[in-house]
Design a protein around this ligand. Structure first.
Ligand code: PAF
Length: 283
C-alpha cells in the first residue's frame, strides 16, 4: 500500500494503473476510520482492481471551528486498518495541497441541500462538494463508495456528479452498526461512556418506530421518535424528518412516496450525531 501526499504523484500513479487497464475504486474519508469505512473499502476492493482511499479532514465543510479542531485524527491507525483490508493507495494531503488558493466555487443542489443538514449546517454541503469534486478530478475513479449514514450527502453527491458531468458510478453502502445498534461514526469516540449509553436511544427509537409505523400515521410515528429523544436526558434533538428518499422533502402521509426514510440529527452532550432508517424502499 502506498501513502501519497500530493495530487501530482497521485495522478501519476493512477494513470499508470489506468493505462494498464485497471479499474479504480475510490473511498473518500476524513480518517478516524472504523468498520463503517472498512465496509466501503472492502466493497471497493471486491469490485475494482485498485482501491484508493483519501484521508483528509476537509476544513471547508465544517461550519463549527471547534468541531474541526476536535475532529479525531490518527493517520497511522487509519493506514494500519487500510493495509489490513487490501487498500492499494492512501491519499493523505495537507490542507495547502487541496486548497492552494481558497475555493470560491458555490454549488446549488436545491432543494436537496436546503433541508435537514443544509438548514442546520450552512455551507456544509458546499464544502463537501468542493472537496469531493477536487478528489474526483484527481483520482478519476470508475466507482466511488459512500455510506448511507450520511443519507443526504449521498443524494447530493449523486446530484453533483450529474451537474458536473463527472463520469463516476456512485455506490451507496448500508449503515454499519455496533451490536447494540449505535450507528458507527468517527464522532462516537468523542462520547463519554454515559453519553454513549444515552445515544443508544437513537437507534432504539428508530427501530421501534418501524414496528410502530405499521399501525400509526406518519405524523404519529414522527412524534413517537421525537418524544423518545426529548424524554432522554442529555439528548437535544435538532430534527427528525420523514422524507421522500429521492427528493429529501418531508412527506405528510405514508402513501406519498414509495421510498420513505426517517432522518435524525441531535446533540448528545456536545457531540452531534446523525442516523436514519428506511420505512419503505424501492427495489
Ligand atoms: O463523509 C465524509 O467523511 C466526508 O463528508 C467526505 C465525503 C469524505 C468529504 O470530506
Amino acid at each position: 500500500m502506498k501513502v501519497i501526499r500530493t495530487i501530482s504523484e497521485l495522478k501519476q500513479e493512477l494513470s499508470t494503473l489506468r493505462n494498464d487497464g485497471k479499474s479504480i475504486g475510490f473511498v473518500p474519508t476524513m480518517g478516524a476510520l472504523h468498520q463503517g469505512h472498512a465496509s466501503l473499502v472492502k466493497r471497493s476492493v471486491e469490485e475494482n482492481d485498485v482501491t484508493a482511499v483519501s484521508v483528509f479532514v476537509n476544513p471547508t465543510q465544517f461550519n463549527d471551528k471547534n468541531d474541526l479542531k476536535n475532529y479525531p485524527r490518527n493517520l497511522q491507525a487509519d493506514c494500519e486498518l487500510l493495509q489490513s483490508i487490501g487498500a492499494d493507495i492512501v491519499f493523505a494531503p495537507e490542507v495547502e495541497e487541496m486548497y492552494p488558493e481558497p475555493d470560491t466555487r458555490t454549488f446549488s443542489f436545491a432543494p436537496l441541500d436546503t433541508v435537514m443538514e443544509g438548514g442546520c449546517r450552512p455551507g456544509h454541503f458546499n464544502g463537501v462538494a468542493q472537496i469531493v469534486s477536487k478528489l474526483f478530478y484527481a483520482v478519476e475513479p470508475d466507482k466511488a463508495y459512500f455510506g448511507e449514514k450520511d443519507f443526504q450527502q449521498l443524494a447530493i453527491i449523486r446530484e453533483m456528479v450529474k451537474q458536473l458531468e463527472i463520469p463516476v458510478k456512485i455506490i451507496g453502502c448500508p449503515i454499519v452498526r455496533e451490536n447494540d445498534g449505535l450507528a458507527l461514526s468517527s464522532r462516537n469516540m468523542l462520547l463519554s461512556d454515559e453519553e454513549r449509553q444515552r445515544a443508544l436511544t437513537i437507534s432504539r427509537s428508530l427501530f421501534a418506530s418501524l414496528e410502530y409505523a405499521k399501525s400509526h400515521t406518519l405524523a404519529e410515528t414522527k412524534a413517537f421518535v421525537e418524544d423518545a429523544i426529548n424524554s432522554t436526558e442529555g439528548l437535544q434533538l435538532e430534527y427528525y424528518q420523514i422524507v421522500d428518499g429521492n427528493t429529501l422533502q418531508e412527506i405528510a402521509e405514508w402513501e406519498d412516496s414509495d421510498y420513505v426514510v426517517g432522518c435524525i440529527a441531535l446533540f448528545c452532550g456536545k457531540i452531534r450525531l446523525i442516523d436514519n432508517i428506511k420505512y419503505k424502499e424501492v427495489e
